[in-house]
Design a protein around this ligand. Structure first.
Ligand code: FAD
Length: 499
């Protein structure tokens, strides 16, 4: 057969995949599927891509709207390596030094440095004898990391047997204890306890509900460190877009998918902005619950009562603030743990309500990357975790803005309120309207024992033949590195089911 005919045949058999959404998981899946020879089109409802990781600019200030902690650089590297590339082909990465700081009271803070040796010294200063315990704790966390992140999370959550390996069999106990218990067994200083419980908050549940095995997050924190891509987290999205487009992926923005059209129990296509688009296969990276609402009722796998019973990761009240001066006494990432965590956690998970006195997080990316703000000025991003589904009004947002700004001024010893050029807020209602998020959750479905691996909503629909899912409500879970992995896993399943 001539070369021309071969090319023609190839074009004729290319299956058409439509992807809903352009978050990390969708973009990752798009590249893997394009590499596997599919014709891929992404439909994104918003004007810009990136999903929860979008970026916005105002008056010369640049803000990442969602994720800001670049952890597990090896996962990003592995993603780009899968395409014969390196992360550095797309963006520059800097290890933050210090990694972050944590306030516990007025002028009372601990700075976490960029190496385990330095962190051990800090621990020793606060609790004599704790550095040895920390080394042991991180050594176990590293072993868990090697098992979990280098192997287990790359399994598609189809069967419980995926989790049973000779190495995990030895660690069964770690699935029935929890991070909180482990940390408290070894460390007594409440500040060090809070710092060691912090990393698993990224997984969306309380440390007391997070299995000990997830201590691999502590290795990600103290062992691997905190990084910052030049230009912000959005540089990763831009890099992934470049990669996907180089393989022929078509990305369409301002395309709201309103309906999934079926023929019998097979996807025929989608309706977006009132227009039908045919598809051989449909993959949704939009929130799982929302995707199922685009189907006729009898084709949904999980009823409303299922979602009601899940433990969702928190929603967030966010403020993006432009300051007319540099802010003092803070680092790029700064946590404010000066109030009772247990009380705040109760108000998120047990009796959902606006928190009485919340912990919060702030980042000032222009400290390490001055180009993200006009000269001599500072970007400020403030995040208050709250329960999903709370009533969200301007009045409540204003009340909490006042609360955290006053606390910030008091703790860091400076006046900043009068230096605010502008502030924009984002909360439950925006998570719903911008991302079709269930109850306005920010980070998807939490990783608890009963919401791990094969116990999470499935990557492949059981009721619709050629419908697949990816993203933070499915396998492996919340966060940017898991989203990259989710995209890879679902692409593998698509290929397997269409071989
Ligand atoms: C405030 C915040 C802070 C975070 N901080 C961190 C962090 O520091 N580090 C970290 O690793 N992770 C962090 N995360 C989590 C991380 O951002 C997410 O887990 C990840 O970005 C989720 O990617 P995704 O592809 O699953 O979903 P999304 O990014 O939500 O993508 C889904 C996409 O689908 C689109 N969509 C929805 N419905 C439709 C429709 N009907 N038609 C067309 N398109 C549709 C949405 O617009 C969106 O673009 C944070 C998240 C938030 C919100």
């Amino acid at each position: 057969m001539s070369k021309y005919k071969l090319l023609l045949c190839d074009k004729m058999v290319k299956k058409k995949i439509t992807i809903i959404g352009s978050g990390f998981s969708s973009l990752a899946a798009a590249s893997y599927l394009a590499k596997d020879g599919y014709s891929v089109t992404v439909f994104e409802k918003n004007e810009s891509i990136g999903g929860r990781a979008r970026q916005f600019t105002k008056e010369g200030f640049t803000f990442d709207m969602g994720p800001s902690w670049y952890w597990m650089p090896d996962v990003f590297e592995r993603f780009f390596n899968d395409f014969g590339k390196k992360a550095s082909d797309f963006y520059d990465l800097e290890k933050l030094s210090p990694a972050y700081s944590v306030y516990f009271g007025k002028n009372d803070y601990i700075t976490i440095e960029d190496t385990l040796d330095k962190i051990c010294k800090t621990f020793e200063e606060h609790e004599p004898g704790s550095s040895k315990k920390l080394q042991k704790f991180i050594a176990t966390a590293q072993q868990n990391y090697n098992i979990a992140i280098k192997d287990l999370v790359y399994r598609p959550g189809v069967s419980p047997l995926e989790l049973i390996t000779p190495t995990t069999a030895k660690r069964v106990g770690q699935f029935f204890s929890n991070i909180s218990r482990d940390v408290r067994k070894e460390f007594t200083n409440p500040k060090l306890v809070s710092i060691l419980e912090f990393p698993v908050l990224f997984l969306g549940a309380k440390p007391s509900k997070t299995p000990s095995f997830y201590s691999f997050m502590n290795y990600a924190d103290f062992g691997l460190g905190t990084f910052q891509p030049k230009g912000g987290m959005y540089s990763v999205i831009s890099g992934m877009k470049t990669l996907a487009q180089s393989m022929g992926v078509v990305i369409k923005t301002s395309q709201n998918v309103e309906e999934i059209v079926l023929e019998n129990n097979k996807v025929k296509g989608i309706v977006s902005n009132d227009t039908f688009h045919a598809a051989d296969i449909l993959l949704s990276g939009a929130d799982y619950h929302h995707t199922e609402t685009l189907l006729p009722n009898k084709f949904r796998q999980y009823p409303e009562s299922y979602w009601e019973k899940r433990t969702f990761a928190p929603s967030s009240l966010l403020f993006y603030v432009g300051f007319d001066k540099k802010v003092k006494n803070v680092t790029h990432h700064t946590l404010f743990f000066d109030v009772d965590f247990e009380q705040h956690a109760k108000e998120i998970y047990d009796t959902p309500m606006w928190p009485t006195s919340p912990l919060f997080y702030a980042n000032f990316t222009s400290i390490t990357q001055p180009e993200l703000a006009p000269k001599g000025k500072e970007t400020g991003f403030f995040l208050v975790p709250i329960a999903p589904g709370l009533e969200d009004t301007q009045e409540l947002r204003d009340t909490y803005y006042e609360k955290i700004m006053s606390r910030f001024e008091n703790l860091t010893g400076q006046k900043i309120k009068k230096h605010v050029i502008f502030k924009e807020s984002f909360c439950v209602n925006d998570f719903v309207s911008h991302y079709n998020s269930y109850k306005g959750n920010a980070y998807g479905l939490a990783n608890t024992l009963l919401q791990t691996a094969f116990l999470r909503p499935k990557l492949k629909s059981k009721k619709v033949k050629n419908l697949f899912f990816t993203g933070q409500l499915t396998v492996p879970g919340p966060g940017v590195p898991p989203a990259l992995i989710s995209g890879k896993l679902v692409a593998g399943l698509v290929k397997k089911n269409n071989a």
